[in-house]
Design a protein around this ligand. Structure first.
Ligand SMILES: [Zn+2]
Length: 556
């Protein structure tokens, strides 16, 4: 059991952190003896513990009492490292002048950023940054694109876990991994342009013609396309007048069937724009006119019917839902009307969002949002591989979006070739198997068709994912599984035994089970031998239905 000492202003961060690191914990009660005491505030504590971890990016009372010398103080971005792993720190950080072996070092100087010492029966780890401030920053502002490749929040959990085990404590946890799988994969498609035939010489058609008629030679020379693709695109260009005259089939309209031929029955989620011709509100007033869609949900009723019949999910690709709860309700109602779906998730067109978005969506009845991600790169904006509950929301979960096709290939963004894109994604596949959680991919509706022809990369992504044995789930089912995990609590009187309680477990029928993972303790101070593989799993079987609040946080 972990006892947590924190300022009351940070209680929300502590609660969310321990929904993501699902292990027995409670706010510290003074008279208690804990196996682990996690101190994230400079407040005196009376509780005793086998291990005391003190996180602070400045000199605190603990340092004075123990005569710990502070070295350098950093109040801006820095990188710490532990063996091969690096972790970015965005707030205050300090180094220590100590002869103890460092657990973390500042880069590039190598100063000690965390160390272990043992006094009597108690182990102490002093860590020179503010854990809760880091977690709050990740789940609100998020990481800048330059640090997108760090799954920072998962790294914080991993470090804490391994420090506890390395101090000789056995740890139980419900990992973010469904029973029988290694992680969750969500294949999603933003439907922005389901028809080229409806568009005369707008920016999308002009872009199409420019790339197929003018750019092909340059793309071929630089290895960004193949001769086969050039020929396919020329053929498509020649068809364009006939498509406009209604004499040939639209290149983009059968997007769902094109995806079905790649996905072969895997669960997918389509985000559909509700209304045609609405540019909506942008962060700085009216959004540019080209944000307005050339279609509305009603225009693709046939495709939506096929998608839902195949068991896939149709959700809202929001226009103004990000800033206006009345519009959010109107947009969601339109998707419900056309698709018949009762559970509606949301991803905003052009990834618009603000600090008020989660409460606007929650008030409008959205189940989840999947907008938090990058338009310009790929990676972990919130530093997380898992869905989380945004601060201020009471029920809505945020499913982070990690990989978007346009970010990989557009010259104004990463501008990668097929091989470059796969190299860029390789560490993300490894992170999915290392940390669990959900890897969310967004491949746009027209990306398999001319002129993009990005199907080769999409096909290879599917192969890479399949090899790693994920649970392919719709975004809604993935979020439901994480709700199931959040609903589990550790028994109040016997938390470390791993006895689990769940409120109304029948709600979760049809979803994969939870796993209880026990990490074996190591001899004290034996940090170098602790790896993520030092564990034994067993299914959570004997679930006890309970309405009694148990230890830790009961999630929603
Ligand atoms: Zn869009």
């Amino acid at each position: 059991m972990i006892g947590v000492v924190a300022e009351s202003a940070d209680f929300d961060v502590v609660r969310e952190f321990f929904e993501l690191f699902k292990t027995p914990w409670e706010f510290c009660r003074g008279d208690q003896h804990y196996e682990v005491l996690l101190c994230a505030a400079d407040v005196p504590f009376e509780a005793t513990a086998d291990i005391v971890l003190v996180y602070a990016g400045r000199k605190v009372c603990f340092d004075q009492k123990r005569s710990i010398s502070i070295g350098k103080c950093v109040d801006r971005f820095c990188v710490l490292s532990e063996r091969e792993t690096e972790i970015p720190i965005y707030g205050r950080a300090v180094s220590f002048a100590t002869s103890a072996a460092p657990l973390l070092t500042h880069q590039p100087g190598g100063e000690c950023a965390a160390f272990f010492e043992r006094l009597g029966d108690t182990s102490y780890i002093r860590i020179g940054y503010d854990l809760l401030a880091e977690i709050r920053m990740l789940l609100t502002a998020g990481q800048p694109p330059a640090q997108a490749h760090f799954p920072t929040l998962e790294l914080h959990i991993d470090l804490l876990r391994r420090w506890i085990i390395g101090c000789g404590i056995e740890l139980v946890e419900i990992p973010p991994v469904p029973k029988g799988y290694r992680f969750i994969a969500c294949l999603t498609h933003d439907v922005d342009h389901p028809f080229i035939g409806k568009r005369m010489l707008d920016h999308t058609t002009v872009g199409f013609l420019f790339r197929t008629v003018v750019m092909w030679f340059w793309d071929l020379v630089r290895g960004r396309t193949t001769l086969q693709n050039v020929l396919t695109n020329w053929k498509a260009t020649l068809k364009l007048p006939f498509i406009h005259l209604g004499l040939a089939k639209d290149l983009w309209s059968d997007f769902d069937e094109q995806y079905a031929s790649f996905e072969k029955g895997l669960a997918t989620t389509y985000f559909v724009i509700p209304f045609q011709g609405r540019a909506g509100i942008g962060p700085e007033g009216n959004a540019p006119a080209r944000r307005a869609s050339g279609y509305g949900a009603k225009d693709i009723e046939t495709q939506i019917a096929r998608i839902t019949k195949a068991g896939n999910e149709v959700c809202l690709h929001g226009i103004d839902a990000w800033c206006d709860r009345t519009k959010a309700r109107e947009e969601m109602d339109e998707i419900r009307k056309v698709s018949g779906a009762s559970r509606i998730g949301v991803r905003m067109h052009w990834l618009y969002q603000s600090a008020q978005t989660s409460s606007a969506l929650e008030d409008a009845g959205a189940d989840y949002d999947s907008t938090v991600g990058y338009g310009v790169t790929v990676g972990y904006r919130a530093g997380a591989t898992q869905p989380y509950k945004p601060f201020g929301a009471s029920r809505l979960l945020e499913l982070p979006m990690h990989v978007m096709d346009t970010a990989l290939f557009y010259l104004s963004y990463l501008g990668l070739t097929h091989r470059g894109a796969m190299n860029r994604l390789a560490p993300m596949f490894e992170n999915a198997t290392r940390f669990g959680g959900c890897l969310t991919v967004n491949w746009h509706d027209r990306s398999l068709a001319p002129e993009r022809l990005w199907g080769v990369t999409y096909g290879e992504i599917l192969s890479e994912l399949r090899e790693r044995d994920p649970w392919f789930a719709t975004a809604g089912d993935a979020v439901a599984w994480f709700r199931k995990r959040r609903s589990a609590t550790f028994a109040a009187n016997n938390a470390d035994s791993g006895e689990i309680h769940m409120d109304a477990p029948d709600r979760w029928i049809g979803l994969p089970g939870l796993v209880l993972r026990t990490y074996k303790s190591r001899s004290v101070g034996d940090f170098r031998k602790v790896t993520a593989d030092d564990h034994a799993d067993r299914p959570v079987g004997a679930v006890v239905e309970t309405a009694v609040p148990a230890t830790g946080v009961s999630g929603t």
